[in-house]
Design a binder for this molecule. Structure first.
Ligand SMILES: NC(=O)c1ccc[n+]([C@@H]2O[C@H](COP(=O)([O-])OP(=O)(O)OC[C@H]3O[C@@H](n4cnc5c(N)ncnc54)[C@H](OP(=O)(O)O)[C@@H]3O)[C@@H](O)[C@H]2O)c1
Length: 293
């Protein structure tokens, strides 16, 4: 099937990787359905598409809302017919020490990063099966392969997405549907600004306040490893267009290194590396957490 005759549905196009991917695929001639929770955030993309004569439509889609997903897919099919490529890009992070993150935050994290993605998978797989061709691209994270301290629920959501990608790869390959997981490392987007860092419950303030303050500082430390969203979009395009795509694509050097170390190191050694990277003085214990003995 000619790449240019394919329709791609992308979630989370208000900014970052989703936005760049929508632009790049439209430039290549794909029929693009760029979606976002707030349709007004897509206005400039609509104008660019008009000016450049792209085959691009936009739709409102909150991946946590079944009716919103149904309506977005209906609009997509009306514009371009069946969906051939789904990019589950929408996602955000919840941070903080695990003992300080409530169920409410944890469940919301899974609602978007895991259930939101799978809801759309269920809705588009029949199209792909009928066409005998499809690509499901899940934008995961390197934290879906190596969990990180103070990012436990985000890591857990991406680990879940990884397991589901592995399962879909096996279940759907016989219908010509390939499942691909993208593991970005730090990418320069609004992601860090959008991370939810719940307030510490009062009894935990003396235990973790320095840790949390340092986490905010680490947000700027990661900047030196960041690549552009455009670079991440290029990797996704390569994965989409590969005849025989890899199951996973790492995007940044830290993602390649972490993925490699995860494969070769024992859990104990990996803990040491991560503890050093996060400046924990012993695995699991933060040197900035007085009161924890
Ligand atoms: N940037 C990184 O360093 C990095 C690293 C690893 C993995 N990732 C993954 O890359 C993906 C894209 O993130 P990004 O870096 O491009 O960050 P971003 O600029 O914050 O983009 C995230 C997108 O997801 C959307 N979104 C969040 N919740 C949604 C929902 N319920 N329904 C629909 N859309 C929703 C956001 O929409 P709103 O504008 O409405 O909030 C936004 O468009 C995410 O899955 C993220 O986990 C990013």
């Amino acid at each position: 099937m000619d790449a240019r005759k394919k329709t791609v549905f992308i979630t989370g196009c208000s900014s970052g990787i989703g936005r760049e991917l929508a632009r790049r695929l439209a430039e290549r001639g794909y029929a693009v359905v760029a979606t976002a929770r707030k349709p007004e955030s897509l206005q400039d993309l609509i104008e660019e598409a008009r000016a450049k004569n792209w085959k691009l439509v936009t739709a409102a889609c909150d991946v946590t809302d079944e009716a919103s997903c149904v309506a977005a897919l209906m609009a997509a099919r009306e514009a371009f017919g069946e969906i051939h490529i789904l990019v589950n890009n929408a996602g955000y992070g919840v941070a903080g020490p695990l003992e300080a993150v409530s169920d409410e935050y944890a469940k919301a994290q899974f609602e978007t990063n895991v259930f939101g993605a799978m809801r759309l998978v269920r809705m588009v797989v029949p199209d792909m099966r009928r066409a005998g061709w499809g690509r499901i691209v899940n934008v995961s994270s390197i934290l879906g392969k190596t969990a990180a301290p103070y990012n436990g629920w985000y890591s857990a959501s991406k680990f879940a997405l990884e397991a589901l990608s592995d399962t879909m790869r096996l279940e759907l390959a016989r219908f010509g549907i390939r499942t691909i997981s993208i593991l970005p490392g730090p990418v320069k987007t609004a992601f860090v600004e959008n991370v939810l860092l719940p307030d510490l419950p009062l009894p935990l303030v003396p235990v973790y306040e320095k840790t949390v303050a340092r986490m905010r500082g680490e947000r700027s430390a990661r900047r030196k490893f960041e690549v552009s969203a455009e670079r991440a979009a290029r990797v996704i395009l390569r994965a989409v267009e590969a005849k025989n795509p890899h199951p996973r694509y790492c995007v940044t050097i830290p993602a390649h290194v972490a993925s490699c170390l995860r494969r070769v190191l024992s859990d104990r050694l990996m803990d040491r590396v991560i503890a050093k990277f996060y400046r924990l003085n012993r695995a699991g214990r933060s040197d900035s957490a007085p009161g924890v003995s």
